[in-house]
Design a protein around this ligand. Structure first.
Ligand SMILES: CCCCCCCC/C=C\CCCCCCCC(=O)N[C@@H](Cc1ccc(O)cc1)C(=O)O
Length: 484
């Protein structure tokens, strides 16, 4: 048995924070600020929005941000144009315990107005959800943590251990806020390697109807995260002439062939090299009878399960390094054959592979010297793996089960990247997840259009953090609640 029992008694009605109109309004208002991160080289006209956003937050949560309490400290790390990464530190009741760290970024990706039915920065509010850029990624976590912490402090309580909150300003464009915070943790706060008991950051969302036959919300908590590698492919092919007498090949056809080969020859399947097997085993109790015997007997069906990567895009992303062609440009006039064609391919590296193995595969598959492959800055190997039996992982699952109806939470791989990657040295126990249930159709809203947060999920998420803040000490879980 390797899962935490999912029949936890839910928190009582008295313990539960209800989603009041004030809590809703604070979230809606927070979504109006255009805390947009723009790519390098583009004009940044949003700096003042960050200033206004934090001013608003300071006003809304006075027990945190203008407190006389010596156990509550706020640090502001300043960056260009008045942007700030914020650190909140709460002294815990037991000073012998290692501190914990919660991360949630304040910036959002841009949104194109005409792609949305409503202005992405004028939140569209219904009885069931709020729709706006950042509603899920990541103001949901930032606001839920502040709501939970504020409620805890107003109630005269403190977390059992010293607790750090890190709110970076630029996760979406490189994470310099988190990198600078890592230096400050070491130099100013004297936190050493392995100095945090655990780190919790954004990550995988719990999805209802996420897998065929699994209707309950399924969350694969990121016990590791995929690595990151972007390459630029360039073809300079000078044999061009008038478009009325084209050559057989051009920079565009050569590059297109290379891209087709990348698509036709995916990176090798890594099933079993990281924690996919544990993820599958964790799923077994919840699977429909049609699939259960296969997953429950991986000793026999392992090759068959690995094959799922060839048929399902999610399994593909869990089992291998993915390659997404994200930029393609060539040509500037309809009757001129261009000398240069260029494409960008973004890889998410499975923990079973390294950057150099991915590059070797790429070169082998393209097999054409005319295609120049250059690695862009910012490549990172996959994150290290949190121990499967981590006590903190069990505590997280315990609080999830107590606060979110029917949730299934199992260890897995975070398929994207988050700021925790810059702080890995500080803890062996890193968890990447959102505690807000979403419907399957909501998923494309993250970094896409019509991003949503469901109100019931928001209430549940606030209660998750509150319950976890109250119980994140070293004491073991209540007897009978774990099946490790
Ligand atoms: C069994 C159930 C199947 C469920 C499958 C669900 C798939 C969901 C996968 C990902 C959804 C996630 C995520 C939200 C977090 C987004 C974080 C993010 O976008 N991070 C950026 C970070 C980044 C990296 C590098 C840069 O230069 C800039 C930003 C990312 O692109 O990863």
């Amino acid at each position: 048995k390797n899962h935490v029992c999912d029949h936890e008694a839910p928190i009582s009605d008295e313990e539960r924070v209800k989603l009041s109109p004030d809590i809703r309004d604070r979230m809606v208002k927070a979504l109006e600020f255009k805390t947009i991160s723009v790519e390098d080289g583009m004009e940044d006209i949003y700096s003042n929005e960050f200033v206004k956003f934090w001013h608003y937050i300071y006003e809304q949560y006075p027990r945190i941000f203008s407190s006389e309490d010596p156990d509550v400290q706020v640090d502001r790390i300043e960056f260009e144009n008045g942007k700030e990464t914020i650190v909140v530190i709460i002294e815990g009741t037991d000073r012998t315990l290692k501190p914990g760290l919660f991360i949630s970024h304040a910036d959002v990706v841009p949104a194109i107005r005409k792609e949305w039915t409503h202005d992405p920065f004028k939140p569209f509010v219904t009885e069931d959800f709020v729709q706006a850029r950042g509603a899920y990624d990541c103001k949901s976590i930032l606001m839920a943590q502040l709501e939970a912490l504020h409620a805890l402090l107003l109630n005269g309580e403190k977390p059992p251990r010293k607790t750090y909150f890190l709110f970076p300003h630029d996760e979406e464009v490189g994470g310099f806020g988190a990198q600078e915070a890592a230096k400050i943790f070491r130099e100013r706060y004297n936190i050493q390697s392995d100095g945090f008991a655990f780190i919790i950051d954004e990550g995988m969302p719990p999805i209802r109807n996420g897998l065929p036959g699994v209707t309950k919300p399924l969350l694969t908590i990121g016990y590791t995260a995929k690595g990151y590698l972007t390459v630029e492919l360039t073809v300079n092919y000078a044999k061009v002439g008038h478009a009325s007498i084209p050559e057989k090949e051009s920079s565009i056809t050569i590059l297109s062939d290379a891209l087709s080969r990348i698509n036709a020859n995916p990176q090798p399947n890594q099933f079993g090299k990281s924690i996919e097997v544990e993820m599958m085993e964790g799923l077994v109790p919840y699977l429909p009878w049609t699939i259960k015997p296969v997953i429950a007997n991986l000793w026999l069906f392992r090759p068959l399960v690995a094959l799922a990567a060839n048929f399902d895009k999610q399994m593909n992303a869990f089992f291998r390094t993915t390659s997404a062609i994200t930029i393609f440009n060539a040509g500037y006039k309809s009757n001129v054959i261009p000398i240069q064609a260029r494409a960008v391919v973004n890889h998410r590296i499975h923990p079973g592979q390294t950057i150099s193995q991915v590059l070797e595969h790429l070169e082998r598959v393209i097999d054409d010297d005319r295609v120049l492959i250059t690695q862009e800055e910012g490549a990172l190997e996959a994150d290290k793996v949190t121990p499967r039996d981590s006590l903190y992982g069990r505590k997280i699952v315990h609080s999830l089960n107590r606060t979110i109806k029917d949730i299934i939470a199992i260890p897995g791989i975070f398929l994207a990247a988050c700021d925790a990657r810059w702080l890995q040295d500080f803890s062996d126990h890193i968890f990447r997840f959102y505690p807000f249930v979403m419907e399957k159709e909501d998923l494309p809203g993250i970094h896409g259009r019509e991003e949503k947060l469901r109100w019931q999920s928001y209430e549940d998420g606030i209660n998750f953090y509150l319950d976890f803040f109250r119980h994140m000490d070293e004491n073991d879980l209540p007897p009978g609640h774990t099946e490790l």
